[in-house]
Ligand binder design. Sequence first.
Ligand SMILES: [Zn+2]
Length: 84
Amino acid sequence: MFFSKCKKCGGKKVSIITNIDIEIHGTMRKATNVPAKQCEKCGDIVVNDIILERLKKYAQDYPSRNLDYAKYEEEESAASQILF
Ligand SMILES: [Zn+2]
């Protein structure tokens, strides 16, 4: 079973919601409300690759906007409901 452990110090990682800077096509963007894991010991933050991919797609869809991950998720689920 997968156990989330800090690669740097071996500390326990907990789920958090955080703001990150992310480089997309050579441009730094700010992303807010991003789910991540943070080490309780050293404070190291890791964002899941799947979430990073979604943020990149989001940045392409909304080049001028601040990236609010929670809002994006909301819009995505609203859009899939409209399809029915
Ligand atoms: Zn750590």
